[in-house]
Design a protein around this ligand. Sequence first.
Ligand SMILES: *[C@@H]1O[C@H](CO)[C@@H](O)[C@H](O)[C@H]1NC(C)=O
Ligand SMILES: *[C@@H]1O[C@H](CO)[C@@H](O)[C@H](O)[C@H]1NC(C)=O
Ligand SMILES: *[C@@H]1O[C@H](CO)[C@@H](O)[C@H](O)[C@H]1NC(C)=O
Ligand SMILES: *[C@@H]1O[C@H](CO)[C@@H](O)[C@H](O)[C@H]1NC(C)=O
Length: 344
Amino acid sequence: MIILFLLMASFVHHGRPGSPCPKEDISPWFCVNTPTTRQDIYTTFICNRHKCERRLEKAAGHFIIDRIMISDVKKDKRKKSRGVIRLPPNWLWTSRVRELEIRSTPLSGCFLCDSPLSGQEYYLNKLVASNCFLSGKVCTDCKKSKVFDYGHITAVDITGLRHLRSLRVLDFSFNKLEELSNTSFPSSLTSLKTLVLSHNIISDISSKAFTQLPSLAELDLSYNQINNLSRDMFSSPNVNLKVLNLSWNKLSLLPENIFSFMFSLREVVFTNNLLQFLPSTTWNQAPTAIHRIDVTGNFLICDCHMKWIVTNLTSRTRLHGSCSAPWKMVDKYLKHAAGIMVCE
Ligand SMILES: *[C@@H]1O[C@H](CO)[C@@H](O)[C@H](O)[C@H]1NC(C)=O
Ligand SMILES: *[C@@H]1O[C@H](CO)[C@@H](O)[C@H](O)[C@H]1NC(C)=O
Ligand SMILES: *[C@@H]1O[C@H](CO)[C@@H](O)[C@H](O)[C@H]1NC(C)=O
Ligand SMILES: *[C@@H]1O[C@H](CO)[C@@H](O)[C@H](O)[C@H]1NC(C)=O
């Protein structure tokens, strides 16, 4: 009976609980404790007014915080910094935080420049800065490469993420980011599995852009302006990347070797691009482990160059998409079209 009770207790206390909320006033912050199925206290600190960025420990120190959420803070026009938020040095120094989410709040491109996250190296799992008016190039050597101009912020300096060895999810969606290079990401993000850069205006991705991220398994580059890719933005061989989302871009052609030595790819999404052909030379290099290929919403021409779909696509792989031309094939599913076409 006791053992059963202990077993149940250990099941309920699956995760380590956050701290109980402080009793005193911590405005502009407020704190919520909620029970979850995974842990009995889940602690969230929330702020949606000015001065969120002021040191949290002035309001609350020595906490284990599951999630910090800053959202919908309007620009503070009285401030010299034009109302954009730059997080102060050692911002969360006296607490430990598992997830930090900043949404719909104007951030400076230098919001991480003063090492606000020091102390969180073994704790922070997830960082979101979504719809925060970040723009330009993502860089870790911004000063050196002189793209950083404090008057006109044209870059996002993420050097401050260095040493966050527990960081698993990084989300910079819904900003105005334009460019990724081989020095965009610090090399110390060894746990980073999920990178979300959707809904930006990225058009330029240099070679080796993602090679600094050895654990990257899921990359979301959807809703950008990408018109050209190169295989060497990833390491080769690549054994970690499982999901690649490039939907809603401007791709008309894929490099022939885009799938070569991508041993773990399971899902590739190219919906709503400008692809016309699925050449066998490119697609036959796709690993047989891929279980979903989505090319819906392209301008695919279903002629004999697609016959390989019948002979070489394994039954394990689901191929989504339909033909746009020629006329008699319009709207037919690719597999069906490839099956009925008569070729020499
Ligand atoms: C990064 O790219 C620049 C040119 O854009 C090049 O000079 C530099 O050697 C590259 N660094 C690495 C580590 O590949
Ligand atoms: C795409 O990039 C490759 C090299 O990465 C280059 O050779 C090619 O000309 C580019 N194509 C377009 C359309 O920009
Ligand atoms: C991109 O595709 C992946 C895999 O299908 C999916 O999980 C993700 O939500 C997609 N991203 C967007 C912005 O729809
Ligand atoms: C289909 O796969 C076989 C064996 O891998 C290969 O020899 C052949 O060229 C492929 N067919 C096409 C149309 O690429």
